[in-house]
Design a protein around this ligand. Sequence first.
Ligand SMILES: [Zn+2]
Length: 132
Amino acid sequence: MTSGRSNWWYCCSGCANKLAPFSGLFKELLSHRTPESRLLLIRGNGGLTNVNFQGKESINQVPTCVTPAQLQDESWMAQTNLTNIHCSNCDTHVGWKIINELSNHPIVRPGQYILRIDSENEIIYWERPRPR
Ligand SMILES: [Zn+2]
């Protein structure tokens, strides 16, 4: 059983750059779902790749600016500080890194990421053979 979803990726809506493997998904934030987009909570060790902070800063740096934001899902709410993340190829804003979580939330933790995926994008998942 070597197939499955190991080669499936969430991709940039701007240029189809691979952003996170399917296996990196922690959960979708269903309360933030709109007809246009979905927000996906990605594990901190979920393999997120090809993203930068604004100005091409590495996502492992301390961000220069954070924005307070309230995340919610059906039964919970978390108060966070976020910073934008951008596609390293086309610079499209693709989501956020969670810098702080202020209520010691059991699900939302610093170091996780949120990807915003375009619902109308037909390449939410992208399967591609492994490089030789
Ligand atoms: Zn892109």
